[in-house]
Design a binder for this molecule. Structure first.
Ligand SMILES: [Zn+2]
Ligand SMILES: [Zn+2]
Length: 291
C-alpha cells in the first residue's frame, strides 16, 4: 500500500502553482492509495522582521525578504484553506474509489502564535496536522542562516528546544522531518548528523510516544545531499527500541512530478527496521496499515 502523507500544492506559498486535481491525477497514475495535502501554515512570534534584528552576515536577509516576507500576514503564513478544502472535496468526488484523499496541514512552529493556531484548529477540520519546525525563535527560517557563521551545536540545541515547546503545545498528529536542519546545514567540511544529539532526540521520541504523535519518515533527503530517506538510522532504531508504533511516510513533494517520490524505499526501510505497520490518520484517529 503506497501512502504519501506529506505534499504541498499551489496553495502553499513555496510550491509549484499546480492545483490539487493535478496532484491527484499524478498520484493515481503512480498507484498511490492514500494521498494527503499538507499545505504550509507557518506561525511567527513577531509581526515582521528587519535586517537589523540579526548580527551582520549571519543570515541571508535578502533571501528571507524575497521568499518568505511577501507571504506573511503578520504572525502567519496562511493559505486559503477554505478554497483548498473545497477543491479537495471536488477531487474526492471525482476520484471515487481510485484513491483516498486526506485533509492535512503542515503547521510550522504553532507554539510561536498558539492563539492563532488554536483558532485555525477550531475553525477547520483536518484529518491530521503535521507539526514541524521551520523557523527559529528569532522567526528566521532555517533555510536562510549562514551556517559558516553559526555554532552548529548550540543551533541544534535551540532547534530541539523549539521542538519541545511545540510538543508542549501538542495539537498535532505527526512530528514532521525531525532532521530538517540537516538538509540545510551542509558545508564542504561538515556532514551534519543527529548522532551527537541522541539525548535530545531520545527525549523527543519518548514524548511523542506518550502523546500518541507519529514520527515521520520524510523522503525529501533522497533529492538532497543526504541521498537518503530521513531520519537517520540511529533515530529510527531508537524509536523502535522505545516502542514507537506510529510512523508515517511522506515525500514533502512541492509539485505533481514528485508526488510519491521515494515512498516505496521508505516503506522497505520501515520493514527492515522491524516496523509492521505504517500509519495514516482519518479525522484525527490513527489507522495502522500492515506493511
Ligand atoms: Zn516542512
Ligand atoms: Zn512540507
Amino acid at each position: 500500500m503506497l501512502i504519501d502523507l506529506h505534499t504541498h500544492t499551489g496553495y502553499s506559498y513555496d510550491a509549484a502553482p499546480d492545483m490539487p486535481q493535478k496532484h491527484v491525477d499524478a498520484a493515481v497514475q503512480r498507484g498511490i492509495h492514500v494521498l494527503a495535502f499538507t499545505e504550509h501554515v507557518d506561525f511567527f512570534r513577531r509581526e515582521s522582521l528587519s535586517a537589523a534584528d540579526f548580527p551582520a552576515g549571519t543570515v541571508d536577509f535578502d533571501g528571507y525578504a524575497r521568499e518568505i516576507a511577501p507571504f506573511r500576514r503578520g504572525r502567519m503564513i496562511l493559505p486559503d484553506l477554505s478554497a483548498q478544502q473545497h477543491d479537495l472535496a471536488v477531487c474526492r468526488e471525482q476520484a471515487g474509489d481510485s484513491i483516498l484523499l486526506r485533509a492535512g496541514a503542515e503547521f510550522g512552529q504553532p507554539h510561536a502564535a498558539p492563539e492563532l493556531a488554536n483558532q485555525l484548529l477550531d475553525q477547520y477540520s483536518f484529518d491530521f496536522v503535521i507539526g514541524s519546525i521551520h523557523q527559529m525563535p528569532d522567526d528566521m527560517d532555517l533555510y536562510f542562516y549562514r551556517y559558516e557563521t553559526v555554532d552548529q551545536s548550540s543551533f541544534l540545541h535551540t532547534y530541539f528546544d523549539e521542538m519541545e515547546a511545540m510538543l508542549q503545545f501538542g495539537r498535532f498528529h505527526i512530528l514532521g522531518h525531525i532532521d530538517y536542519p540537516l538538509r540545510v546545514m551542509k558545508l564542504p567540511h561538515n556532514q551534519p548528523s543527529l548522532r551527537g544529539y541522541m539525548e535530545r532526540v531520545d527525549c523527543i521520541l519518548r514524548k511523542i510516544i506518550a502523546q500518541g504523535i507519529a514520527l515521520e519518515c520524510n523522503t525529501k533527503g533522497l533529492l538532497g545531499w543526504q541521498q537518503a530517506v530521513g531520519p537517520e538510522d540511529c533515530v529510527l532504531r531508537r524509536y523502535r527500541e522505545l516502542g514507537g508504533e506510529y510512523i508515517t511516510v511522506g515525500s514533502d513533494s512541492h509539485a505533481p512530478e514528485t508526488i510519491g517520490y521515494g515512498i516505496s524505499q521508505a516503506l522497505d526501510r520501515l520493514r527492515a527496521f522491524g516496523f509492521s505497520y505504517v500509519t495514516d490518520f482519518e479525522n484525527g484517529q490513527a489507522i495502522q496499515h500492515r506493511l
